[in-house]
Write a protein that binds this ligand. Sequence first.
Ligand code: GTP
Ligand code: MG
Length: 438
Amino acid sequence: MPRDLIDRRPPEDIAAVVLPVIAGAEVARSRLEESQGLAEALGVKLAFTEQLNVREPHPARLFGSGQLDALAERFKADGVTLFVVDASLTPVQQRNLELELKLKVVDRTGLILEIFGLRARTAEGRLQVEMARSLYERSRLVRTWTHLERQRGGFGFLGGPGESQLETDRRLLDKRIAGFRRELDDVRRTRRLQREGRARRGAPVAAIVGYTNAGKSTLFNRLTSSDVLAADMPFATLDPTAREIVAASGRRIALVDTVGFITDLPTTLVAAFRATLEEAMEADLLVHVRDIAHPDTEYQANDVYTILEQLEKETGLDQPPLIEVWNKADALDDTTRSVLATRAAGQSPPALMVSALVGQGVDELLFAIEPALFRNRRPRRVTIPAVDGRLHAWLHQNCEVTSEMLEGEDRVALEVFMTDEDVARFRATSPEVEVRET
Ligand SMILES: Nc1nc2c(ncn2[C@@H]2O[C@H](COP(=O)(O)OP(=O)(O)OP(=O)(O)O)[C@@H](O)[C@H]2O)c(=O)[nH]1
Ligand SMILES: [Mg+2]
């Protein structure tokens, strides 16, 4: 697929956003707002946003015919050209709705894929988005919005592709997916090498994860004095950025900012963003940033944990230890803030209340990250050649050395607090080292 496809400006569409609530299912309070935010992220004009109860989802078009007639009328009145259904549509439902309403229809997965497409900046990000898009199309054999756009040349409507067209599409998609997979394997290899390089240099990794718009990048910037994009929009960050910071003890820690999560994150995206997400799963610590002032903060946290579990399965990697950061404390009223502060302290491990925006609580967070990173360190007895200043310096820089003395003629014995990972890293630096449990 030509790379320019996902670089294009969003079309001049007028969108209507409908959040179907199926059979009285429980939905987060501000879910409709989120739907609207996602649609706005496309850069389209919004005609209206509405939550619609669907008592019994119709297999062919989701909505009841009375509902559809009412919608069609409003669409016509408002000149709507894009119908955003914030739910998962089957390919058949999507096709039928397009046919019946004579406009473009995009569901939640399609919507999120579009936003990712607009946000992707690096070659790697684009590659992952294109992979996700192809997997999505392959799973439905319905073209995504941009493809429709291209195929229709911006013209309002065109019938679905015929049988043989579908066959050709399927073959083309399979070929493309295989190509992306090879390229992404290369990306993952490169990333693994980078991680191993970091591990050899001895900096443990803390990865910032959390719901989209929770303030991850703002916190990352504050902790690292960087300037990565932080903005009030979903999925501002797509590509992981890593920077080293110096912790209170003087030890170096690598901090990674990552792509945000969202309720019903499309599985195709999780699969395609594996290279990026592995970065988080291989960290020594996850820093889970929550927007504690958000009305749906509990829902969001649950969804983050669900996605982390999904990632464990997807990558086969165990979830690293985790601390919660309750961000946007500045946006709370005093009473709520003090109630939450008590609750945060009572969590295990305690959550940290911060405001990444104004900087409050950030020093305490820096102090807390270090012991959390090194929670499972134990005292070890290490001996190294006395002449090797490099090994000596490594231990002091990366671990806590409590005593050292000469042993025999030419070796030094040290008591050192080390994690298993420290031991592995240290052993990799030289065959001359010996480490024992004490
Ligand atoms: N009031 C308040 N707003 C904050 C705070 N931290 C971040 N924000 C705002 O929240 C919005 C999102 O911040 P980001 O740092 O981009 O959030 P993110 O988690 O990186 O989002 P994505 O990369 O899109 O997933 C921005 O408008 C920030 O200014 C905070 O402590 N207090
Ligand atoms: Mg971000």
